[in-house]
Write a new protein. Sequence first.
Length: 289
Amino acid sequence: MSNVSKAGTYALGDRRVNRMGYGAMQLAGPGVFGPPKDRAAALAVLREAVASGVNHIDTSDFYGPHVTNQIIREALAPYADDLTLVTKVGATRGDDASWNPAMRPDELRRGVEDNLRHLGVDVLDVVNFRNMGAIHEPKEGSIAESFGALARLREEGKIRHLGLSNVTLTQVKEAQGIAPVVCVQNQYNLVQRSDDALVDELHAMGIAYVPFFPLGGFSPLQSDALSAVAERLEATSMQVALAWLLHRSPNVLLIPGTSSVGHLRENLAAAELELSAETVDELEAIGRP
């Protein structure tokens, strides 16, 4: 069994989590919509993750919708004291599987209530405000009304900590003026490096950076240089890409997702992969324009 704690830990507010976590998005059906084709396999993946030392699971009630949270509850409740569940609000799903913004205060409150109910908890550990912006990339504009609504829910005791997703540094600073931000979740990986400066800024602020699509998402990372490094290290390309992210900055937390136990073990093993300075230089070159 891989030793996920080898990658170290980082703080999410008053919670401390292993930097290698798990993202539950792929536990829903195709297109993150409807039930999984194999519910037993989905339950097994979650149980294996926690048994392997994962104590940070990323989810949302709009995965499915409701499906992943219900599976998490079935697999893991009553939850271990050290398990941190991070969810996000700001969208809903249409009957046609579309992703629709739901960022008004009343919609965010409903999203929080849905997460509480489907996860079966009285308080949510961390809730990220998912700015729908340009879907997978941020777009400037005030988020004060939406984030302020979540700050009020935090004051009501429904949420412990707040985070942001799909945002710019300006939006992080705006949110920080309203309530403490413990994490930012944006698209970032070996080849998608537009957040390089943001990763470093957040590190200086003591805020976790959680890349979504750490392996490229819907178009997986492909590079001959990456394959060559992986072959030399007797690892997979995906393990090397994850190891690079862990090496990138101490505030980076990983949440690679999968619906297979074998693939989960492979991802978690990246926590033990050591990269030399030369290897890091080689990998850095892949992402340079």
